[in-house]
Design a protein around this ligand. Structure first.
Ligand SMILES: O=C(O)CCC(=O)C(=O)O
Ligand SMILES: [Fe+2]
Length: 321
């Protein structure tokens, strides 16, 4: 059996700031990122902001249908805006969730992004440090566009897909705040789905396809899904730290070499047998930006068809396996 996990480990951010406990916590971080692929980040100091933001979400999603339609993603060639229930597709199936990006809540969004982005930048330094690499090792891979989403999952029939199995696309790491409903699951290296029960105030961190690609595929992007709730509405707030979209696979081969040899190897054959493919590692795409565009077009087929009809046809026919 592969070295794997049956629950998601916790890494304490406050202990990472304290000289006396830093090394012990860095060791935990190394295991969490490179063996497990998921972690809860606790004690970040953002608990108040997270609670305050969650408190606003029911009201935000209760905005009138007209207001939500005014900022519908269909109006944006950059795939930014409101997605109504049933308009999103993951793993070829419709997801039972909706999300607005920011109608009427500019301050809330800006405040959240400014704090979480600072944390995310520091986190990337800690990941380098836990591999005993210079802290700025990954800085040159960071992109200009990170994304924040507010997501609502209405109660649905038992076993429904909130969001299907996927790997986050255009970034390095995701920092997800979930409410107290539950339903998030992650795939371990033996191909088993593991529950990630809510821990109040924590952030669930997972690896995105950008980090997978800059580690030469060695540190795989981690697969997760949400089982839709049955009796209460679920809200979540993922923040996706962006990767540079102009990078090509061949540029990476060279830059990744000195990173890769530091990464602990692990066996994930069972997981790979049922896993979803990574666009970013596919030779079909000229650079990360194109791989990400394909991901957006197929996830939001209405928007994709509207703005990129030819690419929609082309990407729909491609099989990444
Ligand atoms: O809602 C969640 O807990 C997860 C959301 C997610 O995985 C995503 O939007 O990429
Ligand atoms: Fe995700």
């Amino acid at each position: 059996m592969a070295e794997t996990f049956s629950s998601v480990p916790k890494v304490d951010y406050a202990r990472l700031q304290d000289k006396a406990t830093r090394q012990e916590e860095l060791d935990k971080l190394q295991n969490a990122i490179f063996v497990v692929g998921f972690l809860y980040l606790t004690n970040t100091g953002l608990e108040g902001l997270i609670r305050h933001t969650h408190d606003q979400l029911p009201q935000l999603f209760n905005l009138s249908a007209d207001v939500k339609e005014d900022c519908n993603m269909i109006h944006s060639a950059s795939f930014l805006g409101y997605t109504r229930l049933g308009a999103e597709t993951t793993a070829s199936q419709t997801d039972l969730r909706e999300y607005p990006k920011s109608p009427g809540v500019q301050n809330l969004v800006e405040q959240y992004i400014s704090h979480i982005d600072r944390l995310a930048q520091d986190f990337v330094h800690l990941v380098a440090e836990c591999l005993s690499l210079p802290v700025d090792t990954f800085d040159n891979f960071k992109g200009k566009m990170s994304r924040l989403k507010f997501v609502k999952y209405p109660p649905s029939a038992p076993g429904s897909q909130g969001v299907g199995p996927h790997k986050d696309s255009a970034g390095l790491f995701t920092f997800l705040s979930q409410d107290n409903t539950g339903g998030l699951q992650v795939l371990n290296k033996n191909g088993q789905w593991i529950d990630v029960p809510p821990i109040e105030g924590s952030l669930v961190v997972n690896i995105q396809q950008g980090f997978e690609a800059i580690t030469g595929g060695v540190c795989a992007a981690t697969t997760h899904r949400v089982i839709a709730p049955t009796s209460q509405t679920r809200y979540s707030i993922p923040f996706f730290l962006g990767v540079r979209l102009d990078l090509t696979l061949s540029q990476l081969e060279e830059s990744a070499a000195h990173i890769v040899h530091r990464i602990p190897a692990s066996d994930d054959r069972k997981k790979r047998a049922i896993d979803v493919p990574s666009e970013f590692l596919s030779p079909l795409y000229s650079c990360f930006g194109e791989a990400h565009l394909r991901n957006r077009i197929l996830s939001h087929p209405d928007v994709g068809r509207h703005w990129y009809p030819e690419l929609f046809e082309r990407y729909s026919k491609q099989n990444l396996r």
